[in-house]
Design a protein around this ligand. Structure first.
Ligand SMILES: Nc1nc2c(ncn2[C@@H]2O[C@H](COP(=O)(O)OP(=O)(O)OP(=O)(O)O)[C@@H](O)[C@H]2O)c(=O)[nH]1
Ligand SMILES: [Mg+2]
Length: 350
């Protein structure tokens, strides 16, 4: 009896130990998970900081200098502020309404302290982006088959590079990705995408030179469906062409895509080069008038000293920025996050 009890207890203890071990293991796993999230957050914030340093050094420094040399908040102060913001590509209309709101706030709250005003400025710029808006950086995914993302935009804005970066990101998240070389016009365009495919170990469907992009897309989507691919990234030609041709071509592509995968493309992402400022905004208006744009990829933010374009996009286009490019490297792409953006830009003012 004694032996039996001993064995029973031993067995129990063993079980308790196993339970305990599991518990500890789970705890360790949770801590690791949190640590990984922290590391990821940290990495992302650093990338925003680094990518926005040109803007910070230029336009944010101008703001800081203005506030340092200002003793009293006068009309002259607002004029200088207006000038700095317009120079930062925020867009004239946005700036004018921003200045109006700021003036009202200064008056109603009786603001005289420049340090406090600095905080109010950041706050109000943030409000421009989030106010009355249901803008979301979320990508629409198709639950029942391949998700198709079509990338459009004029020459050299960074479509192909963005596709490479996004493929890499999606693969890191565990998704299977296929790229389609829909730019069959420019010599070298297909090779460029194939090179990215090799880098990120992702298949690329290509057609013959000068073949119809829609036929390449057709082949690619059939393959994506057969292979159970999660996300299909479609590159398109960016050469400047007349509006009617562009519209016809996009219509044809959309028709082919929708015929093979119902409801697709889930995303039509317009790529804009941040260094082109207001020109990028006009490009966007052009594209929006001929096809349904679901989001914007804003590239080369690292190359501009005028990081205000994000706010102009919000005010003038009201389309969500879904990704931003912060450098030429494979990891220099982030999903857009207004809080990280504002922090990366204004951290010296906060
Ligand atoms: N600094 C910087 N350079 C970028 C970024 N994104 C793209 N580029 C560079 O921009 C140049 C053009 O990029 P592509 O990806 O070839 O542009 P594209 O829109 O495919 O051009 P086309 O195929 O000619 O229409 C390349 O030199 C890229 O390395 C970015 O976020 N930051
Ligand atoms: Mg390209």
């Amino acid at each position: 009896m004694g032996l039996f009890n001993n064995i029973k207890n031993l067995f129990k203890k063993e079980n308790v130990d196993i339970d305990k071990k599991e518990e500890v293991k789970n705890e360790v796993r949770d801590v690791e998970k949190e640590k990984n999230i922290d590391i990821k957050e940290d990495r992302e914030i650093k990338l925003y900081e680094k990518g926005l340093s040109k803007s910070r050094n230029n336009f944010v420094n101008k703001l800081i200098n203005l506030n340092n040399k200002t003793k009293k908040i006068t009309d002259e102060y607002f004029d200088s502020l207006e000038e700095i913001l317009i120079e930062a590509d925020i867009g004239v209309n946005t700036v004018l309404s921003f200045i109006e709101r700021l003036k009202k706030r200064v008056k109603s709250e009786n603001i005289t302290d420049l340090n406090y005003l600095q905080e109010v400025i950041v706050d109000e710029l943030f409000i421009i982006y989030v106010d009355n808006s249901i803008l979301t950086n979320k990508i629409n995914y198709n639950e029942n088959g391949p998700t198709v993302m079509l990338f459009v935009g004029v020459n050299g804005v960074g479509k192909t590079t963005t596709i490479g970066k996004i493929a890499s990101k999606l693969k890191r998240e565990g998704k299977s990705v296929l790229m389609i070389a829909g730019d069959t016009f420019r010599a070298g365009a297909v090779e460029q995408l194939v090179e990215w495919g090799n880098r990120v170990e992702c298949q690329v469907v290509v057609g013959r030179e000068n073949s119809d992009p829609s036929s390449v897309i057709y082949d690619g989507l059939v393959k994506a469906k057969n292979d159970n691919i999660d996300v299909v990234l479609v590159d398109t030609a960016g050469r400047l062409q007349n509006k009617v041709n562009l519209m016809k071509e996009l219509e044809k592509m959309n028709k082919v895509i929708g015929n093979i995968i119902e409801g697709a493309p889930e995303e039509t992402l317009l790529v804009i080069d941040a260094t082109t400022g207001q020109n990028g905004i006009s490009q966007a208006k052009n594209f929006m008038s001929i096809t349904n744009i679901t989001g914007i990829v804003l590239t080369k933010l690292d190359g501009t000293a005028k990081g205000g374009i994000v706010l102009a996009i919000k005010e003038e286009l009201d389309i969500p920025v879904k990704y931003i490019g912060l450098g030429e490297g494979i990891n220099d792409l982030e999903t857009f996050d207004i809080e990280k953006y504002i922090y990366g830009l204004f951290k010296d003012m906060m």
